[in-house]
Design a protein. Structure first.
Length: 384
């Protein structure tokens, strides 16, 4: 099966991990701050906190912004469930903002309309979490303007988007947001096996995030509730978790980050080649590079109207032909758990229209041109 996504681990990565394994530190040690500095430097953010997944990153990002049971958090229905679950972990209520069906990204006009309505009902969100689907930045300047005028905070779920840009800045620079979250799951742009990162330019948020990652415990006298009992002292000042990344994972992440521009370039070459090869077929690639350069985590095509009813057959033909096509994503509000919470099919028509047409074709740095040709050939057959 040609996978839709796949890590690219080379000898330099292996060497970095083995060196870490032979060192004094297996769990969080010196390689974690090294990885944090490498990521914050790469995306021009001031601070970074490495954690064991982007799911954990989203959770502590919400907590650092004081999301609690009285609060509302809005995100995109077209995302992995973790983008919404993080608010539920904090006891908050979740709602969704519909997407632009041509990109799958949160629609700024849908957000503006929903905010105007919410204001009149006194039900404004505390936090909005836009998701950079496939590595394509949302219109962050537009979302940032609304954040200022309505007074909500912004967490960018950039799980797909390390290496992407927004305007003239890297995604992660937090130009229009409070916090940006990255994922290093193996199918993402770079990997640390499991892993995530929370970046911010706000020193107070950063210090909360560092504490929440590790039990809410601090050894820094400045952060303690009262003077230390002695030089051995640590104090628990909030309810944190064990969300730490290991030094082995940090070593892998730092090593992978050194090759990120190669990964992104290769993804762009392959995506441009798909655009060309698919030129005459009844599919449209998602619009990209609208507000900056996409990191191209995923290559999604939308089936032309006439083929929407037969998406399942297209999917099955390609899978049985050895092509690991996928669907990103089933709208979160249609999941059984979310239907239990009161959501139902029909509530976010842009998202449902996008979902009905979308198919993800394989794209990753190790995809060979022969395999890519095979994907295109099978898609052509499936559409005939
Ligand atoms: C992968 C992903 C996550 C979760 O990442 P993990 O590191 O696996 O926890 C969250 N949001 C989006 C959009 C993702 O694609």
């Amino acid at each position: 099966m040609i996978p839709y996504g796949c890590q690219d681990v080379d000898d330099s990565d292996l060497e970095a991990v083995v060196t870490a394994l032979k060192s004094d530190f297996l769990t969080q040690g010196p390689r974690v701050p090294e990885f944090e500095n490498a990521v914050s430097g790469y995306c021009s953010a001031q601070f970074a906190t490495a954690v064991n997944s982007a799911t954990s990153a989203l959770h502590i990002a919400c907590l650092a912004l004081d999301v609690g049971p009285a609060d509302l958090v809005w995100t995109s229905p077209i995302s992995f469930v973790a983008s919404a679950n993080c608010a539920l972990y904090c006891g908050a209520k979740v709602d969704f903002v519909d997407v632009d069906p041509t990109t799958g990204n949160m629609s700024v006009s849908a957000l503006a309309e929903k905010l105007a309505r919410a204001k009149s009902e006194n039900a404004l969100p505390k936090v909005v979490i836009p998701v950079h689907l496939c590595g394509e930045s949302c219109d962050m300047a537009g979302i940032g303007r609304l954040a200022k005028s309505y007074g909500f905070r912004v967490i960018e779920d950039a799980s797909h988007a390390i290496g992407a840009t927004c305007g003239s800045r890297a995604v992660g620079a937090c130009e229009h947001s409070d916090i940006v979250v990255f994922s290093f799951h193996p199918v993402k742009i770079i990997t640390s096996a499991e892993g995530g990162m929370v970046v911010t330019n706000d020193a107070d948020l950063h210090s909360k995030l560092q504490m929440l990652r590790s039990h809410g415990v601090t050894r820094d006298p400045d952060l303690m509730a009262w003077p230390a009992d002695g030089p051995w002292s640590y104090q628990q000042v909030s309810l944190g978790f064990n969300y730490r990344l290991t030094d082995l994972q940090a070593a892998l992440g730092t090593s992978q980050l050194k090759r990120i521009s190669h990964f992104i370039d290769r993804r762009h070459e392959l995506a441009d080649r798909y655009d060309e090869l698919l030129g005459n077929m009844e599919v449209q690639p998602l619009l990209r590079n609208q507000f900056g350069q996409s990191s191209l985590h995923l290559y999604v095509v939308l089936l032309d109207d006439g083929f929407v009813p037969s998406r399942r057959q297209v999917f099955e033909k390609m899978r049985s032909g050895g092509v690991g096509v996928n669907i990103h994503y089933i709208p979160i509000h249609t999941q059984p758990y979310y239907q239990e919470l009161g959501f139902s099919v029909g509530m976010f028509p842009g998202s449902e229209a996008y979902y009905a047409r979308a198919i993800t074709l394989p794209l990753h740095p190790k995809l060979s041109l022969e395999d890519q040709n095979r994907v295109v050939e099978l898609l052509g057959e499936a559409l005939n």
